[in-house]
Design a protein. Structure first.
Length: 622
């Protein structure tokens, strides 16, 4: 957490998920939850203590940090984590810290949606949450006035949705009830993403202003832009009981004159305009003053001629970013050309191939190249996805009673971010959908199907007021979508329909022909024999019609080779490294393949690998 925080995380186990647990497991989970200070709400949901989040400063504008699951019992930890889901908790709050005399240092925190608009907030903050937030703020600020901190309202943001938070620090004069000076302003964007290894908090510093450390300022003009100006003026208006949010009983108050004045330094300065010359007062032209010319000095023919002025050094040529990408990712040059052609035309791109061939790494590298950095979004498709998750729809919001609000889906959110990014930075905001075929194609992407065709993007909206959206949102013509698909899972996952498939440019990512060159470029000399030993067993490529090397029937990718090399670098033998990586892949192999692989491992003198293959062969077929 920084000097002040109004954003936290919390895990929740719904009562429905708990009711599906066997009685013995449920008792153990509830006992472990109490030991870890979890609480139960009025609907019998289990809630973890709130988790403070660390935020980047101007030196590190983006950050990804794993969210620790607050659980102490190892026996029930895995079951509890599967039953839980993570949310962000953002609060509208403020605090005062006395600074002597009639001066306070005031801190305030507010939240908005991705367009800077006020969100639907809940002023009835549960007492447990309000107390925990107050304790966290007091521990961070050390000393505050007795009547603060005050938690005015809050909102829960589910995993996968975005929220923006504003934190301000200013000099406040209680008698005048106004802010005298702005000291620090930070504007963040947050998202929780669930990945295979857990939950990750992704945060980006959008803008930063510091009156004491101007060198740390970042994009200060954004604070006066259309997507931040309203909430910044609200914070500078020094409201004490009015939060920046809406609900059935509250609307956002108009900013004060002082609040409008304090935002002026963030606006782009206007160029000074010279005053007009009045026509009835002509300005006389000044008479030129004669300048005496010096007498020319005699030239000494014996002196050497003056040296020529130094010539500027030739500028270094700018390296082609596509050549840089080719050195970062092991992929054939023809694949890069095809990917570039598709994305330059803004065609949706689908990368398919076996596990470990670098599909996601290539997708990220492409998104970074076009967006100029980390200005893109990566999501993993889920079997539970519906059109509401992809496009958007009405969802129940937390709080007392049953309330529904419109929530944009992942593609709609990315489309809005893309429009904003193109307006401010002229950079696209791509979205990557990893493991694309894990979602049911008709249920999740059916509505998106037509809009992937550019001819319909400016005719049919993604969402409209009929869906509950406040305004129509269209898929931009220059929107970028990259998807990845593990084709070895095709039999167990959802198939890609022909109608959806023909709207993508589909590229098959296999074992690159330049893999060995790519790996040896930065490989120490002592590991070169190890690479040769690995290739002896796995093969440098798959050979049609032969089943000798591993890759002839199990196309493991470059990731497999890099992991094995890394294990050897840290002390394992080639036999131990390959046996560790190969073990979970053997379950899908046929008896014929396992028999051939056992003979090949024995021939390569990989005794542990041969033993693993023999054990799998025995377990499956004998």
């Amino acid at each position: 957490m920084t000097y002040f925080g109004n954003i936290y995380a919390q895990f929740k186990m719904d009562a429905d998920a708990l009711s599906q647990q066997p009685d013995k497991s449920l008792d153990a989970i509830q006992s472990a939850a109490r030991a870890a200070d979890w609480t139960m709400d009025m609907n019998d949901n289990l809630l973890s203590p709130i988790i403070p989040l660390r935020l980047p400063d101007g030196q590190n504008a983006t950050q990804e940090a794993p969210l620790k699951f607050p659980w102490n019992d190892q026996a029930t930890s895995a079951v509890a984590f599967r039953a839980a889901h993570a949310n962000l908790l953002a609060f509208d709050t403020f605090a005062h810290s006395p600074r002597g005399g009639d001066v306070n240092l005031r801190y305030s925190g507010h939240l908005t949606d991705e367009l800077g608009a006020p969100l639907f907030l809940f002023p009835q903050v549960p007492r447990v949450l309000a107390q925990q937030v107050s304790r966290e703020i007091k521990s961070e600020l050390r000393f505050v006035t007795p009547d603060t901190p005050v938690v005015l309202a809050y909102r829960m943001i589910p995993t996968g949705e975005d929220v923006r938070t504003l934190e301000t620090s200013s000099i406040y004069l209680p008698r005048k009830r106004r802010i005298e000076k702005v000291k620090d302003v930070r504007f963040y964007e947050h998202r929780l993403t669930r990945r295979s290894q857990g939950v990750v908090h992704e945060v980006r510093l959008l803008a930063r202003y510091s009156s004491d450390e101007p060198k740390k300022n970042v994009s200060t003009t954004l604070l006066a832009g259309r997507n931040a100006e309203d909430v910044v003026m609200h914070a500078f208006s020094a409201f004490r009981t009015e939060y920046y949010g809406e609900n059935d009983e509250n609307t956002v108050p108009l900013p004060t004159t002082a609040g409008r004045e304090l935002i002026a330094p963030f606006k782009k300065p206007n160029k000074p305009v010279p005053p007009p010359i009045e026509p009835d007062k002509p300005v006389p032209e000044p008479k030129p003053t004669p300048v005496p010319q010096p007498e020319p000095e005699p030239v000494d023919q014996s002196e050497e001629p003056a040296p020529l002025p130094p010539q500027p050094l030739p500028s270094l040529p700018v390296e082609d970013p596509w050549e840089v990408l080719g050195r970062q990712v092991a992929v054939d040059e023809v694949i890069l050309r095809q990917a570039r052609n598709a994305l330059d035309r803004r065609r949706p791109l689908l990368l398919t191939g076996p596990p470990g061939t670098g599909k996601t790494q290539l997708a990220r590298a492409l998104a970074e190249l076009y967006s100029g950095g980390t200005n893109f979004r990566l999501v993993t498709a889920d079997a539970r996805w519906t059109s509401s998750d992809v496009i958007g729809g009405m969802r129940v919001t937390p709080g007392e009673g049953l309330r529904y609000t419109f929530t944009p889906g992942v593609v709609t959110q990315a489309a809005l971010k893309h429009q904003e990014s193109m307006g401010h930075e002229q950079k696209p905001y791509p979205i990557i959908i990893d493991e694309f075929n894990r979602a049911n194609q008709d249920e999740a992407f059916g509505r998106l199907l037509t809009l992937l065709d550019p001819a319909y993007r400016d005719v049919m909206p993604l969402v409209s007021p009929e869906d509950g959206a406040p305004a129509p949102v269209y898929l931009p013509l220059d929107f970028m979508l990259i998807a990845t698909m593990n084709d070895t899972d095709a039999a167990r996952l959802h198939e890609i329909g022909a109608a959806l498939g023909r709207r993508f440019v589909i590229l098959k990512i296999g074992i690159p022909g330049n893999e060995k060159t790519f790996l040896t470029r930065e490989l120490p000399d002592e590991l070169l024999p190890v690479l040769d030993e690995l290739y002896q067993f796995i093969g440098e490529s798959a050979r049609q019609g032969e089943t000798t090397a591993l890759r002839d029937f199990l196309p493991v990718g470059t990731y497999f080779v890099k992991e094995a090399l890394d294990m050897v670098r840290h002390g394992l033998s080639v036999d131990e490294a390959v046996a560790t990586l190969l073990s979970p892949l053997l379950a899908t192999q046929t008896r014929e393949h396992l028999t051939a692989l056992h003979a090949h491992a024995s021939h390569c003198r990989l005794e542990l690998v041969a033993a693993e293959v023999e054990a799998s062969l025995t377990q499956k077929f004998f």
